[in-house]
Design a protein around this ligand. Structure first.
Ligand SMILES: [Zn+2]
Length: 285
């Protein structure tokens, strides 16, 4: 899946509501706006805690469904996302359906709405366009990796609906419709259209771009360990595949902010679907 070869002229980046100043020693110093945004986020997560308890008392999605069962039908999480404590609501101002929200959940049940959505502001990092919200953390991640001799590249960032259509049609021609469905999102169903998703690559092994062998590179290992500290979630794993509806992708990360990554880890969930009680699975709505 190649990125757009000819990026559009860039708009001025908009800072993340959570952005912190980075000090020379790598630590962060939060300004007033960032403190308020984090406080609102944490208050909302705590308020949602009762609702998520029933969801998070169980291990990750891949182990739950009976053998051969369609997890989208039989997994109680996916079947009945509203837990005993009530629906899990993100705090005010943080939507799971607004594609401009850092917490938007895009999957086969929940397309990008509106279908022609374009991020309100794009920035260029590592030669690729991303939502401006992502730029500070992505820039810091690339700098930290580089300082440790880890040679990450960006294979793909923001992809327009039209570009995703071309990617998907190419996958269908190459792999057949059935295989392509698990590997490539239909147009309107890709996180890349939000500008919040990144496909990373390795400058050491460029041939492993968006291939399973990327998972064996030092760059992939570094990401698995460190990306969360910069707010990036590995979105598609072997274990959570029944929940996300996608085959594992060691290169695909989704920016949600470091606070949410930490909260998800505390609750032992690896998917936004489980955390927010949003339906997912391999079938398109
Ligand atoms: Zn991707």
């Amino acid at each position: 899946m190649s990125a757009r070869a000819d990026p559009d002229p860039q708009e001025a980046p908009v800072p993340s509501p959570f952005a912190a100043d980075r000090l020379p020693d790598g630590s962060r110093r939060y300004g007033h706006r960032a403190v308020l945004a984090r406080r609102a986020l944490l208050a909302g997560i705590v308020a949602a805690g009762a609702g998520t308890a029933a969801l998070t008392a169980r291990p990750g999605g891949g182990e739950r469904a009976p053998a051969g069962a369609d997890p989208a039908v039989h997994d109680p999480v996916l079947q009945a996302p509203v837990a005993a404590g009530g629906p899990v609501e993100p705090p005010p101002g943080f939507s799971t359906s607004d594609p401009a929200s850092p917490w938007v959940v895009v999957n086969k049940r929940h397309p990008v709405t509106p279908p022609d959505f374009v991020p309100p502001a794009l920035a260029t990092v590592g030669g690729k366009e991303v939502a401006a919200l992502v730029a500070p953390d992505l820039t810091a991640l690339l700098a930290a990796a580089g300082a440790e001799g880890v040679r990450l590249t960006l294979t793909s960032g923001y992809r327009s609906a039209g570009h995703q259509r071309a990617v998907h049609e190419r996958a269908v021609r190459r792999d057949g419709a059935e295989t392509a469905e698990s590997l490539s999102a239909r147009p309107g169903h890709s996180e890349h259209q939000t500008g919040l998703a990144i496909d990373f690559g390795s400058a050491v092994q460029p041939g492993c771009a968006v291939e399973d062998c990327f998972g064996l590179t030092d760059e992939a290992r570094w990401l698995a360990e460190r990306a969360g500290a910069f707010g990036f979630l590995q979105r598609y794993t072997a274990r959570n595949s029944p929940v996300t509806g996608y085959a594992p992708e060691s290169w695909h990360y989704r920016w949600v902010g470091a606070d949410l990554v930490a909260r998800m880890a505390e609750r032992g969930v690896s998917t936004l679907e489980e955390f927010f009680g949003v339906t997912g699975g391999p079938r398109y709505a």
